[in-house]
Design a protein around this ligand. Structure first.
Ligand SMILES: [Zn+2]
Length: 86
C-alpha cells in the first residue's frame, strides 16, 4: 500500500499519509498510540515516568476504501515497549 498500489484491488489511486483524528479536550487532535514505561526499581525522590508516543496515519484506497494504518516514532516506541514487556 505504501508503494501507491492498493493491495486489495490493485488501484493506483491511493491517498497517502492521511491524518487520523481523535477527539481531544480542546478539539480534534491527531490519533496517537502511547506506551508508558514501568517505574524503575531504584530511582531518586524526583523521577519522571518514561513513555513514548507515535502518530497514526492512514493510507486509503480511493477505489475500494481499503485502509492501512502506520505509526511513526518506531524506535522510541519499541524501546518503551521492551521496557514494559520484559
Ligand atoms: Zn483498493
Amino acid at each position: 500500500m505504501r508503494n501507491d498500489l492498493c493491495v486489495k484491488c490493485g488501484s493506483a489511486y491511493v491517498m497517502a499519509g492521511v491524518e487520523v483524528r481523535d477527539r481531544g479536550s480542546n478539539g480534534a487532535v491527531p490519533l496517537r498510540v502511547h506506551i508508558d514505561e514501568p517505574e524503575p526499581p531504584d530511582h531518586g525522590f524526583i523521577w519522571k515516568r518514561g513513555s513514548s508516543s507515535g502518530t497514526v496515519r492512514a493510507w486509503i484506497c480511493a477505489a475500494c476504501g481499503y485502509t492501512e494504518l502506520y505509526t511513526d516514532n518506531l524506535a522510541a516506541l519499541y524501546d518503551s515497549y521492551r521496557k514494559s514487556h520484559p
